[in-house]
Each structure stands twice: as structure tokens, then as C-alpha cells.
Design a protein around this ligand. Structure first.
Ligand code: ADP
Length: 354
């Protein structure tokens, strides 16, 4: 019960659809809100991304899998804007050149300028890799496929291979597309002797599908893998993820930006001197650690209220102070061991693109 557009150009509402699916799910779910490019690019957006007809390969499509991809893997969460991401300027620049500009100006990015189809974001957890991938999708007005390792393995035991194949077909039909594979190391790790057959097949299928989109110059499908264990990735996968961008723990500047960003809209009285102390004391914290720290600090004035919490006026709750963060730091500690971080830096020097 699947319908494929095999001869006519792809309609805007997605060529692969399950006839049993809810019509809302059949619509192309582009990254919403910040669509048609970011502020930087909106004026330059052209219609260079005219969809290609989708070729029917004729083998093994499964309505259940298409439905699952439509409802679970295509990301429908609010789009992330470029400016929501603090710091990471080098990574942003690389992604702009590799993914965003080529979708806006296909005519310029041909031949030697043909963009890479695969890239790896590697670095400690909680440093903004997922955020970056989401922002790339919304800036390039692409459909965002958020694939976690678990959705390819545990949930769909035995069907991983078929799911990968269907995933790429849906991505081609809904291009421009960004396929984001979180924790890519756990499904694409170095082959081992006792690797089970299903995972070996899944990996091979991924490589076949990836090579398919790479060899077809008309397809705008970018695969972005994320990992904090790049050293465990299979060589064949690594070779295909030609750009490898290190997403480090935030440095002093990035932590200042992140803290200001997280505290925006909250009443707080942190003189510059205190903010600088906080920036210095949070060395080693990731972006998500800083988020957790701000959340914990923000609870301090609330906890002081005791039973008054039910009657207090919202504007009478005191603002945040430096002491709140100091207390919060005893609870929220950096989640990464320094030794692991050094290992990543070493890998970056050897294999990274920046
Ligand atoms: P990763 O994919 O690297 O593990 P995420 O992108 O999921 O990390 O980030 C987790 C959370 O940490 C985000 O939802 C955000 O709140 C915060 N965060 C991390 N890095 C940044 C950043 N550079 N700018 C803004 N928020 C960040």
C-alpha cells in the first residue's frame, strides 16, 4: 500500500508516503519557524533545490517503516536558530560552506566545489553537536532526520538494514535532507570478530546507501554523524565522513556567551566581576552542564520561599546572585573526565579537519 512517484517530479508534499498514514504526517515536515534560510541567507535563497523525480527501486518498502520514519525520525521539534548556538564559530563556518550555501547556490557548488556529503561532529557530550545539526537543517530549509543508534538497533531488531534503506529513500524524496546519526560509533564501530550478522548487514547497507547519495550529484542529502568516541569508528565509515569537525568543551569566551545566553530573560544581579568569576570557575563544564547549573541556581530563590511559594507574587521572587551559582556548583559538576577530553584532542590533531 505504498505510493511512489516514479516518473513525475516530486510534489512538495513528499513523494514517499504511506496511504494508511495520517495526512498531516504525509506533508513534508520541513524544519519549521526559521525556514527559508537564516537571516544571513534569506535574501540569497533561490529555488536551486528543485526536487528530482524519485526513482522506485522496487524492493522491499514497508509501510510501517515509512510511517515510523515520518512520525519518529523526522524531527518535528522547534527549529534551532544559528544564533541560539553560543560560540563554535569555526564549526559554524565549516557547516555554512559545506551544507547551507550549497543548498542555496547549487550552481556555484559544482565540480571541485562539490560539497562533501558526509561529516562528523565529534567531541565531548553536551557541547552542542545536536544543536548544530538541527540549526544546519533549519538554515538550509532541509528535512531533519534525527536517527539515534537505539532507533536503528534495539527498537527495530532485525529490521535495521531495511530501515536504513528506507530512510535514505525518504531522505532523497524529501531533499534537501540532513540525516543526523547520534552516537554513530555505537552502530558503525570497528568490525569485530564476534560482531553479529544483523549489525554487519546494517553497516554494509549504510555504506551502500551513503555511496548512492554521494555518487548522485543531484541529491542534496547530507549525513552528519555525532560521536564522543571517534576512535571507535569503522575505517570505512570514517573515510566517508570526510570532514571531521571537533566540537570542544566551551573555552572562556564560549562559557561567557553561554552563561549570558542561558540567563537571558531571568532576573539576576551578577556584576561583571561575578560573571567573570563564574566563567573562570566553570572551566571543564560542557554547554549542557552550564544549562543544568543555571537551572539549579534558578531554583535557589524558589526554595527559600518555603510555604510562601503558593502566595508570592512572581515579581517579588528575588533575582539570582553569585552565591546561588556557588551553591549550584556543589551539586552540578563537570560531567567529563579530563583524560577523555585529552584523548579527543589527540584524535582531532590526527584526523580532524580543524
Ligand atoms: P551534544 O549533541 O553535543 O551531546 P546537545 O547539542 O544535545 O549536545 O546539547 C545539549 C544541551 O546543552 C542543549 O540543549 C543546550 O541547552 C546546551 N548547549 C550545549 N552547547 C551549547 C551551545 N554551544 N550553545 C547553546 N547551548 C548549548
Amino acid at each position: 500500500c505504498l505510493s511512489f512517484e516514479s516518473t513525475s517530479p516530486k510534489p512538495q508534499t513528499g513523494a514517499i508516503s504511506s496511504t494508511v498514514s495520517n495526512p498531516r504526517k504525509m506533508a513534508v515536515q520541513k524544519s519549521s519557524g526559521h525556514s527559508r534560510g537564516g537571516p544571513l541567507l534569506r535574501s540569497q535563497a533561490n529555488n536551486a533545490t528543485t526536487p528530482r523525480p524519485v526513482k522506485e527501486s522496487g524492493s522491499g518498502y514497508d509501510a510501517k517503516l515509512v510511517e515510523m520514519i515520518n512520525s519518529v525520525i523526522i524531527d518535528q521539534s522547534p527549529s534551532v536558530k544559528w544564533e541560539d548556538i553560543a560560540g563554535l564559530e569555526m564549526a559554524k563556518q565549516a557547516l555554512l560552506e559545506m551544507v547551507i550555501l550549497p543548498t542555496k547556490r547549487r550552481d556555484l557548488f559544482t565540480g571541485l566545489r562539490r560539497p562533501a556529503k558526509g561529516l562528523l561532529l565529534f567531541g565531548p557530550p553536551g557541547t552542542g553537536k545536536t544543536l548544530l545539526a538541527k540549526a544546519v537543517a533549519s538554515e538550509s530549509d532541509a528535512t531533519f532526520f534525527n536517527v539515534s543508534a537505539s532507533s536503528l538497533t534495539s527498537k527495530w531488531v532485525g529490521e535495521g538494514e531495511k530501515l536504513v534503506k528506507t530512510l535514505f529513500q525518504v531522505a532523497i524524496s524529501r531533499q534537501p535532507s540532513v540525516i543526523f546519526i547520534d552516537e554513530i560509533d555505537s552502530i558503525m564501530s570497528t568490525r569485530t570478530e564476534n560482531e553479529n550478522e544483523a549489525s554487519r548487514r546494517l553497516k554494509s547497507e549504510f555504506l551502500v546507501q551513503f555511496d548512492g547519495v554521494t555518487s548522485s550529484s543531484g541529491d542534496l542529502v547530507t549525513v552528519i554523524g555525532a560521536t564522543n568516541k571517534p576512535q571507535e569508528l569503522d575505517d570505512a565509515v570514517l573515510r566517508r565522513l570526510v570532514k571531521r569537525i571537533y566540537i570542544p568543551l566551551p573555552d572562556t569566551n564560549a562559557r561567557r556567551l553561554l552563561l549570558k545566553h542561558k540567563l537571558k530573560g531571568h532576573a539576576f544581579s551578577l556584576p561583571d566581576r561575578d560573571l567573570e568569576r563564574l566563567v573562570a570557575e566553570t572551566d571543564g563544564y560542557s554547554g549542557s552542564d552550564l544549562q543544568a547549573l543555571c537551572e539549579e541556581a534558578a531554583m535557589m530563590p524558589i526554595r527559600e520561599l518555603g510555604s510562601n511559594i503558593l502566595t508570592v507574587q512572581a515579581n517579588q521572587v528575588r533575582g539570582l546572585r553569585y552565591g546561588d551559582f556557588q551553591k549550584a556548583m556543589t551539586v552540578i559538576r563537570p560531567s567529563l573526565q579530563k583524560s577523555k577530553w585529552e584523548e579527543l584532542e589527540k584524535w582531532n590533531r590526527e584526523f580532524g579537519s580543524n
